[in-house]
Ligand binder design. Structure first.
Ligand code: CP3
Length: 356
């Protein structure tokens, strides 16, 4: 297997010494890049882009060529699993994702299949193989999935939601049915991530975008419990190489201690959470990834640099930090401002690793 030339990201996740803090950015391949918009229009639609491994590979590599990020992330979407389960995914322009056949009844849940990643999701696994071959060990490749709970919100609501009324009603009125659905999703997510690992993903990240919408008890039972089940089912040893795992719950700042006990190597932090306090709370259990406010990137480069400095200082000395935004980059950000962020991390972070 090709060794990874720049493995700062992997070492930071495993809390091994690094010379500087690695940096990548959620949604780093996307609409803020003119070269992405060009490939996307060639593909026709976002899903056609995801389903074409050559084009998915091309857009995955674009932000690396421009900014020299320390990790690549597979270009795909979290909603590929529900689509493979037969729910009929489409993205209406300007309206976000939609499912033709949302899950509403016990019969709908019973007939949900656990997709075979090498069959129904073959296009994703082929993209992983192709990206991995094209990277030639330049930086690690991140595979990803939505968390069972976050996928369930889209599957029941049928689209993006603000109140989560339908999915929460199912959870309150038919908890056993909800558990049955989440259990199938945990199996599907684990099989999907294991296939990405086998195909070459060097780390995997679980996006629990909507866990933070739950009450304390419901978060532990319906979201975190299934993220943990996924973790237990992952094969994190590939040919003697450890595949680090990251759990990101947006709004998860309240539950970091519980999240740190689930076996993931690192936690993704949103920007509301103070990274220094987060580190004190989780101790040595996990590494942390984050957490600059994505809106900072609208500010001038000098301000961006100050805010980068603040996050680095907030984490403090030593390994165990991967610099990122607290959520995805927005579509109208100036790419030059992203460069200012990356340059600032490269210039300002070595002082925190003097022991390395
Ligand atoms: O981070 C990356 O660069 C990897 C690619 C990635 C995408 N989506 C590409 C994408 C990842 C990791 C995701 C995850 C995802 N998808 C999440 C979790 C995100 C998080 O940060 O918490 C969610 C909730 C989704 C579902 C989804 N996909 C939504 C709500 C949207 C927005 C729809 C819109 O019109 O704005 C998408 C589309 C999407 N996924 C885009 C990209 C680059 C924009 C597609 C386009 O129009 O080109």
């Amino acid at each position: 297997m090709t060794p990874i030339k720049n493995d700062l990201f992997i070492r930071a996740l495993l809390k091994q010494p690094v010379e500087r803090t690695p940096v990548w950015m959620m949604r780093q391949a996307g609409r803020y890049l003119p070269e992405y918009r060009e490939v996307r229009s060639k593909a026709g639609s976002f899903m056609q882009l995801c389903m074409n491994p050559e084009l998915a590979c091309e857009v995955t590599l674009q932000p690396l060529d421009r900014f020299n990020f320390d990790a690549a992330i597979l270009f795909s979407d979290i909603l590929t699993i529900p689509d493979a389960m037969g729910l009929g995914l489409s993205f209406a322009e300007g309206e976000g994702p939609q499912f033709a056949r949302p899950v509403r009844t016990a019969a709908d849940v019973t007939k949900l299949p656990v997709p075979d990643p090498e069959a129904e999701l073959r296009y994703v696994i082929d993209a992983v193989r192709l990206i991995k071959a094209n990277l030639q060990g330049r930086v690690p490749l991140i595979g990803f999935s939505g968390s069972p709970w976050t996928l369930a919100t889209y599957m029941v609501e049928g689209k993006s939601s603000k109140s989560f009324q339908k999915v929460k009603s199912m959870m309150f009125e038919q908890p056993l049915l909800m558990h049955q659905m989440l259990d199938k999703l945990a199996q599907s997510v684990a099989a999907y991530l294991n296939a990405q690992i086998a195909a070459g993903a060097d780390a995997v990240m679980v996006f629990d975008t909507w866990g933070g919408m739950l009450s304390h008890d419901d978060y532990l039972e319906f979201s975190l419990g299934y993220a943990q089940q996924v973790r237990q089912l992952l094969n994190t040893d590939r040919d003697g190489r450890q595949i680090p795992t990251i759990l990101f719950t947006k709004g998860g700042g309240l539950w970091l201690e519980a999240m740190a006990d689930t076996g993931y190597d690192a936690l993704g932090l949103d920007w509301q959470t103070d990274i220094g306090s987060a580190r004190a709370r989780v101790g040595d259990k996990v590494a942390l990834q984050g957490n600059m406010d994505p809106i900072t990137l609208y500010a001038q480069p000098e301000v961006i640099r100050e805010k980068v400095a603040k996050v680095l200082h907030g984490f403090g000395q030593g390994s165990g930090h991967v610099f990122n935004l607290g959520h995805g980059v927005l579509p109208d950000i100036n790419p030059e401002h992203v460069k200012a962020m990356v340059d600032a991390v490269r210039e300002l972070s070595p002082q925190y690793h003097s022991q390395a």
